[in-house]
Design a protein around this ligand. Structure first.
Ligand code: ATP
Ligand code: MG
Length: 569
């Protein structure tokens, strides 16, 4: 009885593709089968935009008891590589999804070839020997019919012979293509005798040199869906105008067979575009090749492996995708939303540690020389089960330079002469002064501690306004800390007229060295989720070692960036 509201609220939150799938299943379409696929071209690493497609393709199959396969759209050996095939699989698994089968469009090269030959024999395709420029010039405009190619009505035997030659490497790359003969006056430009095969003289990462003629996307994608039994072929909005051609080729392929209408259908949702970054694989590849970043997994990259190295959890990425949702309208999503999703998730899972990024020495002058004390630090106030670890207190500590001011305004609740402040998990101390060098820079700060004020002791009740983090000079480990900022300095580099290289943010990486971290932090394995207390979320970099730890800043504790932008504007 109380079930009902639950169900209606679940209904309300369906996205439009879920509604379509639910309806199809209710109507018993496709024998009640649901099959999707995620079809990356292995010509680069996956990025956060792909994560949106992955969450849809895999997520919907999971939700409705269907299957999602992974299909590599490997029809262009010029740009594809096994390295990408492997990386794509790793990233999908990291995001938390499992495919049914792994397929390759190249598995269907023979079937696609046979289909193309059949179209030629039926007078529905021909070899065109014009240049691509000539072909483009004849296309016409959406309101003006195109001009037929002089080769359009050449004899079937001629086309068949030339198509064979194209594939045997007997003719030069670019000298001829195979075109479907459809309708040069069709208002949908994709119907104006689209190119369906071209010559590429490159070894393919799976089929080697077996083929020289390769199918175009429009001739491979829908057919691959059909061969595999895909029911819902979900993609992004830019493929809307391709959909009629998708259906056309499947109609031709079916040729009346399979009288029940079992066929894949294409549905489109909006792409993910993020501010201050680019999603085009061509541009991301250029950033890698031209060494603007350290690799595909540079923590500033919008790639899945970059986000992983930056310290994002798969849950944070998935939550972000959930937050933005699926619509039929393109939009630009705010990078700050991605960061908000990371903060929300990391707040729950990050282990709290102490690290001092801009160190200055603090001497507790009344603390006995040579003495140390172990104190308990809570690992995660959000999750008691994460337990505690010990931190070592001593006479000399590192604290943040910004936490001291010699002449502080009234509201400065950190360290300043004459005032008390708590050292996290330890004592209340009163600042007594500092030592400066000839340039007037602070070299050392002095304070006295109150032995009765140790955290947890009766004397600890006294109210002090500020609590500072610190690490012990005697036990702290020297570390490198990498602070990252937006990769681009303009909001929408993708649609800027200028070359994207000119739009890179020169301050996107700041390396701090030496910083000091407590030993517990230095021992954290790669991909641990950490909070440097009072600073932000961090993760050990893949280059980190226990002796020479390196940390990447995932995200700051607060969204100072948005407010900075506002005050600058
Ligand atoms: P390129 O940048 O080379 O054009 P692509 O973005 O089209 O590549 P594919 O490997 O062809 O990359 O994409 C695989 C799938 O991921 C496709 O279904 C595509 O629609 C989807 N996809 C790619 N980019 C985005 C994005 N920004 N948002 C949502 N889905 C995306
Ligand atoms: Mg593509």
């Amino acid at each position: 009885m109380t079930e009902e509201p639950k169900e209606t609220s679940a209904k309300k939150s369906l996205n439009f593709i879920e509604e379509i799938v639910e309806k199809a299943l209710q109507e018993g379409k496709n024998d009640g089968r649901l099959q999707t696929r995620f079809p990356p071209e292995p010509n680069g690493y996956l990025h956060i935009g792909h994560a949106k497609a992955i969450c849809m393709d895999f997520g919907i199959a999971q939700k409705y008891g269907g299957v999602c396969n992974l299909r590599f759209d490997d029809t262009n050996p010029q740009k594809e590589d096994q390295e990408y095939v492997d990386a794509i699989q790793e990233d999908i698994q990291w995001l938390g999804f499992r495919w049914g089968n792994v397929y390759y469009a190249s598995d269907y090269f023979q079937q696609l070839w046979d289909f193309a030959v059949r179209l030629i024999k039926e007078g529905k395709a021909y070899v065109d020997e014009q240049t691509s420029e000539e072909i483009a010039a004849q296309k016409g405009t959406p309101t003006q019919a195109g001009t037929p190619s002089p080769y359009r009505d050449r004899p079937v035997e001629e086309s068949l012979a030339l198509f064979e030659k194209m594939n045997r490497g007997e003719v030069e790359e670019g000298s001829m293509v195979l075109r479907a003969k459809i309708d040069m006056a069709n208002p949908n430009m994709h119907f104006r005798d689209p190119v369906i095969y071209r010559i590429i003289n490159r070894s393919h990462h799976r089929t080697g040199t077996q083929w020289k003629a390769y199918p175009m996307y429009d001739f491979a994608h829908g057919q691959s869906d059909y061969f595999e039994g895909v029911t819902h072929s979900i993609c992004t909005l830019e493929f809307v105008p391709h959909r009629p051609l998708y259906d056309y080729f499947i109609d031709e392929l079916k040729q009346g067979r399979d009288l029940e209408d079992h066929r894949p259908r294409q549905y489109e949702f909006n792409r993910l575009n993020l501010t201050y970054t680019v999603m085009s694989k061509r541009k991301l590849l250029a950033l890698v090749q031209e060494k603007y970043v350290s690799g595909w997994d540079d923590p500033r990259m919008p790639t899945i492996c970059g986000l992983r190295r930056r310290g994002y959890s798969p849950e944070a990425v998935r939550n972000f995708i959930n937050m933005i949702g699926y619509t039929k309208y393109d939009a630009l999503n705010d990078y700050a939303m991605l960061e908000a999703a990371a903060r929300e998730d990391l707040n729950k899972r990050a282990i709290r540690v102490s690290a001092v990024l801009n160190p200055v020495r603090l001497v507790v002058t009344n603390y006995p020389e040579g003495q140390t004390e172990e104190m308990e630090a809570v690992n995660n106030p959000e999750n008691e089960q994460d337990g505690t670890h010990t931190v070592t207190f001593g006479r000399e500590l590192w604290i943040e330079r910004e936490d001291f001011m010699e002449d502080a305004p009234k509201k400065f609740f950190r360290m300043t002469p004459g005032k008390e402040v708590r050292l996290k998990n330890a004592y209340i101390v009163k600042c007594t002064g500092c030592k400066k060098n000839e340039q007037g820079e602070i070299e050392e700060i002095y304070c006295e501690y109150d032995p009765e004020s140790k955290s947890g002791m009766p004397g600890a009740d006294r109210k002090v306004k500020g609590t500072l983090h610190w690490v012990s000079v005697g036990t702290a480990v020297k570390a490198e800390v990498r602070l990252y900022d937006r990769l681009f300095s303009v909001e929408d580099p993708g649609s800027d007229e200028r070359d994207f290289r000119e739009l890179l943010n020169p301050d996107s990486l700041k390396v701090l060295n030496p910083c000091y971290v407590e030993p517990f932090a230095a021992q954290m394995p790669a991909n641990s989720y950490l909070q440097f207390q009072r600073i932000g979320y961090f993760t050990p970099d893949k280059e980190s070692t226990v002796q020479n730890p390196v940390f990447n800043r995932t995200v700051q504790l607060k969204d100072t960036w948005s407010s900075q932008q506002k005050s600058q504007a």
